[in-house]
Design a protein around this ligand. Structure first.
Ligand SMILES: N[C@@H](CCC(=O)N[C@@H](CS)C(=O)NCC(=O)O)C(=O)O
Length: 217
């Protein structure tokens, strides 16, 4: 398998699941900022020019959630199958992570990628921070008294890889104790540590925490 990857991006979800499943893959590195994701070579793998894409079984698969679902179904592990009482919960949390990831992506664009800084919209940054807080509160509530998103560790937890550290770049961990404890548990998993070591240093964040700038200055 070949995983098309950018450090600190959603491809961590795939790499983490691959490690949990005890599979192997080759990593092919791309950059979010050098224009290469718009090349015909990459667009042939991922038509929207987005990371990740996984080459496996004679084809390329794009969309991280689809890749995770494909791998769990192929391997018959780490996801409740259709008909299982937790199937709907599995699908909900898989897609919820992407809802949250889109908000994180908007905040990344405002705080990090959009230049000059005067091009940023402070009202939108505030709005997205509030929308992120809604998702973090929902996760915090769900995880209170639970170890994992479902009754056991699953690919739904791997979908949180990328979100899990990024959320606390924009929200104080102290306000979401169950989510912060979940982050600590998940990031201590040997497969997560192996995935992170392979994934490479974070290419996105320079600061531990990003405040919404004051509108006056
Ligand atoms: N829903 C897609 C989103 C993919 C996505 O937006 N990936 C980001 C990196 S985390 C990307 O490639 N960004 C480049 C861009 O927006 O141009 C998935 O889950 O795979």
């Amino acid at each position: 398998m070949i995983l098309h990857h950018v450090p600190g991006s959603r491809s961590l979800r795939v790499l983490w699941l691959i490690e949990e499943l005890g599979l192997d893959c080759e990593l092919r590195l791309w950059s979010l900022t050098d224009g290469s994701l718009r090349s015909p070579e990459f667009r042939a793998l991922s038509p929207a020019g987005r990371i990740p894409a996984l080459e496996t079984d004679g084809r390329a698969i794009f969309e991280s959630g689809a890749i995770l679902q494909y791998l769990t179904e192929r391997e018959g592990r780490l996801a409740p199958p259709p008909g299982d009482p937790e199937r709907a919960d599995f699908l909900e949390w898989m897609h919820f992570s992407e809802t949250q990831a889109c908000i994180l992506q908007a905040l990344n664009i405002h705080h990090i990628f959009l230049r000059p800084e005067s091009a940023r919209s402070i009202p939108l940054m505030r709005l997205d921070t509030k929308r992120l807080a809604v998702t973090a509160r929902a996760l915090d509530k769900h995880l209170t008294g639970r170890q994992t998103l479902l009754s056991a560790f699953s690919a739904a937890d791997c979908m949180q890889g990328f979100n899990i550290e990024a959320v606390f770049r924009f929200l104080p961990a102290a306000d979401y104790p169950a989510l912060a404890a979940y982050r600590d548990r998940m990031t201590a998993r040997p497969a997560y540590r192996r995935a992170l070591a392979r994934a490479g240093g974070d290419a996105i964040y320079e600061h531990d925490f990003y405040e919404v700038p004051d509108a006056t200055g």
